[in-house]
Design a protein around this ligand. Structure first.
Ligand code: 4FV
Length: 259
């Protein structure tokens, strides 16, 4: 389809999810901005049942672990066929397997995926999936956190929700501005936020935020973002590095802690 002015219209960002529970989708993704954007065709979602590729009368999709051990493993032949079917429609899309041993899902990865045509997401169940299909289909393993879920579906929804927010036209300008707030875009933990009432439970909103002095407000927010990142996620500061001004701000934050 050609846009007015002759430019080729970009196909909507497409998420294709392979799952044993397709009925879980869109689920929470049908709510709020993501849901409206789905209705508007700003992105597309397809949930494909892995069971369709199962064997025999019972459509078997899993089997016991080679070498013994508890639980079941999803079969490579079943998943291979399912993946080949899923990527047929969008061969350019990255093929991702949600797994606790994957690379961490970060805002950086989210932004990268939002720039692409979409994703194919494999939502596992049971103990895991046969390693051969990960290698044979060059699946990228991605984790949403160091804990074990009962299935990859919720992790797939987390990834989709985070990416859809980055797609053009999904967030209104106000929200996009908030999304791109300095802290968030700079790999720091966000600063604290306040609103009315000005005093609650004897606690007042920090005076600088009521001053209307935008430079001082931005400086305060950056100091708080640096301070909290130092307190809770120091590795974020190592990864990012600090300017001389930021080193001074962080020292100020630490001094204020002592007082
Ligand atoms: C998970 C995670 C996760 C592991 C076994 C599904 C479960 C079951 N996925 N980030 N954490 N997956 O726990 O992505 O197959």
């Amino acid at each position: 389809m050609t846009e007015p002015g002759g430019t080729q219209a970009r196909a909507p960002w497409r998420a294709t999810v392979l799952t044993l529970f397709p009925e879980l989708f869109p689920g929470p993704l049908s709510a709020s901005r993501a849901g409206e954007a789905l209705k508007q065709g700003l992105w597309a979602l397809e949930a494909i049942s892995i069971r369709e590729f199962g064997f025999g009368r019972h459509r078997a999709v899993d089997d016991t672990p080679a070498g013994g051990g508890a639980g079941m493993i999803l079969r490579a032949d079943v998943l291979g066929a399912a993946i080949d079917h899923a990527v047929a429609g969008n061969p350019q899309s990255p093929r991702i397997c949600l797994s606790p041993r994957g690379e961490p899902l970060t805002q950086l990865v989210v932004r990268e995926l939002a720039k692409g045509p979409g994703v194919m997401l494999l939502a596992g169940r049971f103990e895991g999936i046969d390693q051969r299909v990960i290698e044979a289909r060059a699946l990228r393993e991605v984790s949403i956190g160091d804990y074990v879920l009962s299935g990859g579906e919720l992790a797939a929804m987390v990834l989709i929700d985070a990416v859809v927010r980055q797609l053009p036209g999904v967030l209104n300008d106000e929200q996009s501005a908030a999304e791109d707030s300095f802290a968030r875009s700079a790999g720091l933990l966000d600063c604290p936020h306040y609103t009315r009432p000005e005093v609650w439970d004897g606690e007042a909103v920090p005076a600088v935020l009521m001053s209307g002095h935008h430079a001082q407000i931005e400086r305060w927010r950056l100091k708080q973002a640096l301070g909290r990142s130092w307190q809770r996620r120091p590795e974020l500061l190592e990864r990012r590095g600090l300017s001389a001004e930021e080193v001074k701000l962080l020292e100020e934050f630490r001094q204020e802690l002592k007082n």
